[in-house]
Write a protein that binds this ligand. Structure first.
Ligand code: SI3
Length: 310
């Protein structure tokens, strides 16, 4: 079995934006918007790590060919400007995931992440580990992350159960993107962590709680447009300035609380990114519905009142 050279490998830490997928108004991939998107994140938000083709990127609504095109363009445009590109390669079919994992290695992505299949669900940690191992084997030299998001997949295998012995099954395993709200599972997972793994938290409105428990960083959709504030939260936390860190966290909770009352979902979130960044990202793909203009305007007003400097 091939073992990764790990001496030069950096831990995945800090803020990682889960990117939206730019589409044209007709619903095709809008590849030309990716360059400006990378510049917006690095120059305006101070975000230099991205998680592409994930939930926010509507990966499960895209074809394998579209996902390859996107992954390739994100890697190309991020080169020399960003520090890390994680390509999410999870699919319903193991073969598709293996194909995408191999492709991610060929285009020199920094790492891959895999969500659990959710039509036929793994029944337990052993089944999920076996599935992840089969995907990872297609790209054995790429750092590999499990993407835990039970609210969407309906797969409730505890991360602390999944991690048991996983390094023997998947030598390229490097950690978890934990987009769940079970902070006990998150906390107990740390006892199984290896020094070269990262545990990244994925519920933006509770990021500070994740940090308090030991999160190495955070992956989320809102870091696309409030990354500048959340970098401040991270540095306040690192300096032990908890009051400042809480103040920023409460602001995001205030903002998202209002957005949720208006039906916040990936479609609304995407439109908000359009309004805030000026990028042309198009509508979401069906079955997600485009955001009603009045909703976007009202959420943007709230956004501007809370985050005037972003
Ligand atoms: C369910 C969901 O979409 N969760 C988001 C969060 O960033 C979420 O949008 C945020 O916490 C607001 O609820 C991320 O965890 C998803 C994500 O990182 C991804 O797009 O892969």
């Amino acid at each position: 079995m091939e073992i990764m050279a790990s001496s030069s490998e950096k831990l995945l830490t800090g803020l990682v934006a889960a990117t939206f997928t730019p589409l044209t108004e007709e619903g095709e991939i809008n590849i030309k918007e990716i360059g400006p998107y990378v510049d917006y994140l690095t120059e305006r938000q101070g975000v230099t790590k991205i998680f592409v083709n994930g939930t926010t990127g509507e990966s499960m609504s895209l074809t394998v060919a579209e996902r390859k095109l996107l992954a390739e363009e994100w890697c190309k445009k991020a080169k020399g400007k960003m520090d890390h590109v994680v390509v999410h390669v999870g699919c319903m079919s193991l073969k598709d995931s293996q194909d995408l994992a191999l492709h991610a290695a060929q285009i020199e992505a920094d790492s891959i992440a895999v969500i659990s299949p959710s039509f036929f669900k793994p029944k337990n940690a052993h089944a999920l580990r076996s599935y992840l191992k089969a995907v990872a084997s297609a790209a054995p030299n790429l750092p590999f992350y499990y993407y835990h998001i039970p609210s969407i997949t309906g797969v409730n295998v505890l991360v602390r159960d999944l991690l048991v012995g996983i390094e023997e099954q998947i030598p390229s395993f490097r950690g978890v993107k934990f987009s769940g709200i079970d902070l006990m599972d998150f906390g107990l997972s740390f006892s199984l962590m290896k020094p070269n793994w990262s545990l990244l938290y994925g519920v933006d409105e509770q990021m500070l709680s994740g940090l308090v428990l030991g999160a190495d960083g955070a992956v989320g959709s809102t870091y696309n447009y409030v990354g500048c504030q959340f970098n401040k939260l991270l540095s306040a936390f690192e300096k032990g300035e908890l009051v400042e860190a809480r103040t920023i966290q409460f602001k995001l909770q205030d903002f998202l609380g209002s957005a949720m009352k208006l039906g916040f979902d990936v479609g609304v979130n995407k439109q908000l990114m359009v309004e805030v960044s000026g990028l042309s990202l198009g509508p979401p793909r069906l079955p997600l519905m485009p955001c009603h203009p009045d909703v976007a305007v009202s959420i943007k007003q709230k956004y501007k009142s809370i985050f005037p400097q972003c």
